[in-house]
Design a protein around this ligand. Structure first.
Ligand code: FE
Length: 191
């Protein structure tokens, strides 16, 4: 992988959406790119901050770990995609974005523990993966999660994640967000 820079990171991400976005989102009614674009769309529709829209857009980018030069033949589907995604974004995006990416699976385990209705509304695939991910959080895990600096934003992005599974819903494509992503990167790197 060539070294990513402030000037190439957004194109790098766009390229992943273009080449890999059609891939199936395991067990769901939408492709990977449709899923992430729908999440971003719902965040934008609620006038969220650009960091939150960016986080919703990129939350599953770690599914494409092979794009980051870390692929091994031992990879399995649940190879901590959230950690891989946060790592590649960390050099360019503020911590609120990387935290939302890193903890989006934890947020699901958190919400399952604190909100019974949340569990009832999960998709079948998401219920299945919940077991692999450790099930609902314990009380101690809930307490620790709530202490995370960006806990509220992390939960909010998780909710957009869960909503972004609507078969056939047409939303703006990646290009719609390019300028916004670059602004988030530039603002972060300027600090
Ligand atoms: Fe997702």
């Amino acid at each position: 992988m060539t070294r990513l820079t402030q000037g190439t990171i957004v194109s790098f991400l766009a390229d992943i959406f273009t080449r890999r976005g059609h891939e199936e989102y395991l067990g769901e009614q939408v492709t990977m790119s449709a899923h992430m674009l729908q999440g971003a769309h719902f965040a934008a529709a609620e006038s969220q901050r650009e960091e939150i829209i960016a986080a919703a857009l990129l939350h599953d980018i770690g599914h494409f770990t092979s794009e980051f030069g870390s692929f091994t033949m031992n990879d399995t589907e649940d190879r901590m995609h959230e950690e891989a995604g946060a790592k590649v974004l960390a050099g360019f995006f503020p911590s609120v974005v990387t935290d939302c990416v890193r903890h989006h699976v934890a947020a699901k385990r958190y919400l399952c523990a604190v909100d019974p209705k949340y569990f009832d509304d999960l998709s079948d695939a998401s219920v299945h993966s919940l077991a692999l991910q450790g099930g609902p959080m314990s009380e101690a895990e809930v307490t620790a999660f709530e202490k995370l600096e960006n806990a509220r934003d992390i939960v909010q992005v998780r909710i957009y994640d869960d909503r972004g599974k609507v078969h056939g819903l047409e939303v703006p494509g990646f290009d719609h967000y390019r300028g916004m992503l670059q602004r988030v990167v530039d603002a972060h790197l300027a600090t």
